[in-house]
Design a protein around this ligand. Structure first.
Ligand code: NTF
Length: 818
């Protein structure tokens, strides 16, 4: 799958001596330290700067290769990019990891200690941001010319700590430690306008009296595997225009004079820490518009440097909207085309529709963004006019043509949602704006996409039957197997003798080894080594010793009731009770491992964290159960921690209420590393089950249809509570205050949410979940059976490479030939 120039596919490399010389030169000449005085941090910086030099060379080459403008570029607009640590990944991609290992060793320094020095860029919340990072990796690896556009937040997602078991948040000023990857590009700055009003003169609109802020780009080089191409992740930072407003200052209006500075700086100050509830904040709308306006201006300037006129724009540019966060791009491009480039409305809309595409990542109603009409009209008056114009055209031409005279349908499909209560404001539905302004809309797993068609946008699907499509998510096998699990990667290398990293389907060839006792032994040995390594991380972070021969059962993801960490909690409580009743129970040792951040304002989610931590405290110190059960909550979940947990997992918890998890990507990473999934028929679990076969996965719980039947019949969680003795006992225990004697009512929010509504059907799926765990225990007791399943899981993950996702986008959405 090579695209474009062959040159970019032949990777030049460096030998150990060259890496060593490079490190020495940078230590001495850039950082001003002698090699024998340098700390691991200095080595990290020196090596990063060396890699940056190579990347910059390659960026220049890449740009030269593209100069003829013959290609269609992909612009991926996303408010989040969770790229993770970059040094190790870059060394692998450049093919100089081993050289760097030897070079640092020659200075008496261990490369893995050096890599640990890097801070994770905290530029995302969860799956959506991490997906964007995997996609950049795959775009580059597949040699697709691409830019990521986002915001260079000063404070990313908060740092999580626990005090007495409760989550406490502190700001993560991630780039205050040195960050050699970002390169400021002041020459490429953009001016963004806000507020003001619109005047019309002779039918032409003028947007005046605006406040201006500057967007200054920071570029992060994006390397790929086995290619010399380097793409760019361009992140915008807000700055004030010429600093200070002297007129206001002289007139004594000190506040006004600072206004622009404060506004501008605030824009890129913080990432909103909610991954599924939009914040109704003016600043968030401004953030969205800010990065969209900068990015569109930037990509149009690039287009104009390469092409005359607008004729080729739609064949050279495609813009992917990562969820609705960048949806304001639709009226922004329309504004540029009409107000600045003199296009008529219909032509301008046609251009928008040929360049935009939109990915939906969630069906949660609270996550479907809407903005009040009044807010948009105040902050972006011209855009509000254009949204009305798009809406009018859509309703009176397209909807009217398909459903003549149907006013109800017009109401239902209008971008503007009329309030039930006239005192409430009209709301702008950003998802509708995105669908209407794009040529393709995609969901992120087969089940999710079919629900997008049937439940979220059924009328749009009827109106435009080919518009809504599926592209199942994927993960990069470079970071999520080759780099995070080097021992397993080596075993696969030596077994397959082929380049599975760029063609993950090749893992399928491992299936013939699934029953081979020698291969099983090696596979199990690697898992154990990884568990020993994780055990020491656990000891360091939690002060708890865990047994590497126990089952490591892992649930790592954002904390949300739909993801049902509470279901896992209730079951662990039950396991503990069973052990107390009979400490001689013949069960394997088990370690239940959690890692998750809860949105700061999400009380029930925080309550679940607190309950898990209090339970952990109790269980981990109870000698009666003789270490048969341990519960661990690792603090401050982030990409670099995931890289340590995933290779060590035996069991992967993917237990969301069916219909709620759009895809999941942790499920793919864990199975790829040989963990067995216990999961519901939700998101990409459905496709994982298809790939690994039903006999190699522990499926439980209600299906989407059963969930909806149950709701229709009327669901009462108390019926289940009354009739399931064990479940009743653990909920009563939770409610009793026994786990939090100093605060007896502590778990009331959780208990009430379970017994009063249980919207996410935790109780309804409890027994089936507990039975699935019993099947896991049984399977663990037969090692040759267990390792056969684990190997088949790794071998069956070919489909879930993000390379496959990007090939799908190229074919079905972007019209890019590979
Ligand atoms: C997430 N959505 C979904 O919840 C995950 O299931 C999915 O794997 C990822 O997107 C990536 O597609 C979000 O984070 C958001 F913001 F849409 F809620």
């Amino acid at each position: 799958m090579s695209r474009m120039n062959v040159d970019l596919n032949s990777v030049r490399t460096m030998d150990t001596a060259q890496v060593e010389q490079g490190i020495r030169r940078i230590l001495e000449q850039s950082l001003g330290v002698e090699p024998d005085e340098a700390t691991p941090g200095d080595y990290w910086e020196a090596l990063s700067l060396l890699v940056r030099e190579i990347n910059l060379d390659r960026i220049r080459n890449t740009r030269r290769e593209e100069k003829d403008g013959s290609v269609r570029r992909v612009y991926y607009l996303s408010l989040e990019f969770l790229v993770g640590r970059l040094l190790g990944n870059n060394l692998h991609n450049l093919g100089i990891y081993h050289q760097a290992e030897k070079a640092t060793a020659s200075f008496g320094v261990n490369l893995s200690d050096v890599l640990e020095y890097e801070t994770d860029p905290a530029l995302g919340n969860g799956g959506l941001g991490r997906l964007a990072a995997c996609f950049l990796d795959s775009l580059t690896t597949l040699n697709v010319p691409a830019f990521g556009y986002g915001i260079n937040y000063r404070f990313g997602l908060f740092k999580q700590g626990f005090v007495g078991g409760k989550q406490v948040e502190s700001p993560d000023a991630w780039r205050e430690d040195s960050f050699p990857w970002g390169i400021e590009k002041p020459k490429r700055k953009q001016v963004v306008r806000l507020y003001g009003q619109v005047r019309e003169v002779d039918g032409k609109a003028y947007w005046d009296d605006t406040q201006e802020v500057l967007g200054v780009p920071w570029d992060l080089p994006v390397t790929g595997y086995n290619t010399e191409r380097v793409n760019t992740l361009r992140l915008w930072e807000g700055r004030a225009t010429e600093g200070f407003d002297l007129n206001s200052f002289d007139a004594g209006r000190y506040q006004d004079s600072r206004f622009r500075e404060i506004l501008a700086e605030n824009i890129s100050q913080v990432l909103y820490p909610n991954d599924s509830h939009p914040e109704g904040k003016e600043l968030r709308l401004i953030q969205q518009y800010f990065f969209v306006a900068c990015s569109l201006a930037d990509l149009i300037a690039r287009y104009k440097r390469e092409h005359e006129g607008w004729e080729q724009f739609t064949s050279k540019v495609v813009i992917q909207l990562n969820d609705t966060h960048p949806a304001i791009a639709v009226p922004e491009l329309l504004r540029i085309l009409m107000d600045e480039e003199d296009f008529v409305f219909t032509k301008a809309l046609e251009i928008c529709r040929s360049v935009f595409c939109y990915t939906n990542h969630t069906l949660l109603p609270e996550a479907l963004e809407t903005w009040s009409q009044g807010l948009i009209a105040r902050v972006l008056p011209r855009h509000m006019q254009l949204i009305y114009k798009i809406n009018y055209h859509f309703l009176h031409n397209e909807v009217e043509k398909h459903w003549p005279g149907d006013h109800q349908m017009k109401n239902r499909l209008s971008i503007i949602e009329e309030p039930n209560n006239p005192a409430e404001p009209q709301m702008v539905r950003m998802a509708y704006l995105s669908v209407i302004g794009s040529h393709k809309v995609n969901g992120v797993a087969a089940l999710h996409s079919s629900l997008v068609k049937q439940k979220l946008f059924p009328e749009f699907d009827e109106l435009w039957p080919d518009k809504i499509v599926n592209v199942t998510n994927g993960v990069t096998p470079r970071r999520w197997l080759a780099n995070c699990n080097p021992e397993l990667a080596e075993l696969i290398d030596s077994t397959l003798k082929s380049d599975w990293q760029s063609d993950l389907a090749r893992l399928g060839e491992l299936k013939v080894w699934a029953d081979d006792p020698e291969f099983q032994k090696k596979f199990a040995r690697i898992k154990r080594d990884n568990k020993v390594a994780l055990a020491s991380v656990i000891d360091e972070l939690c002060g708890v010793k865990v047994n590497p021969d126990a089952i490591f059962d892992v649930q790592i993801k954002r904390l949300h009731e739909y993801k049902r960490q509470q279901l896992n909690l209730l079951h662990i409580m039950a396991v503990y009770r069973r052990l107390l009743e009979d400490p001689d129970l013949d069960v394997p040792h088990r370690v239940f491992i959690f890692a998750a951040k809860a949105a700061p304002g999400y009380l029930v989610a925080k309550n679940i964290i607190y309950a898990i931590n209090r339970l952990a405290d109790r269980v981990n110190n109870d000698r009666r159960i003789r270490d048969k059960l341990k519960v661990i909550f690792l603090p401050n979940y982030r990409v670099s921690l995931a890289e340590k947990i995933i290779p060590a997992a035996d069991v992967s918890e993917q237990i969301s209420t069916a219909g709620f998890e759009a895809s999941g990507t942790g499920n793919m990473k864990l199975a790829l590393n040989g963990a067995l999934t216990i999961g519901t028929m939700d998101g990409a679990n459905v496709e994982i089950a298809e790939e690994v076969g039903e006999e190699n996965i522990f499926i439980f719980g209600k299906t989407v249809e059963e969930v909806s039947d149950l709701r229709q019949r009327g669901y009462n969680p108390r019926d289940i509570y009354q009739h399931n003795e064990e479940l009743k006992a653990v909920i009563d225990w939770l409610a009793s205050g026994d786990l939090s004697p100093d605060e007896p009512d502590a778990f009331r929010p959780l208990v009430e949410s379970l017994l009063d509504s249980d919207y996410f059907l935790t109780l309804a799926d409890y027994q089936s979940y507990s039975d699935a765990h019993d099947r896991i225990v049984k399977a663990w007791k037969a090692p040759s059976y267990w390792w056969r399943m684990a190997i088949i899981n790794t071998a069956s993950m070919g489909k879930f490479s993000s390379d496959r996702s990007i090939v799908d986008y190229c074919k079905t959405i972007w019209n890019i030939g590979l």
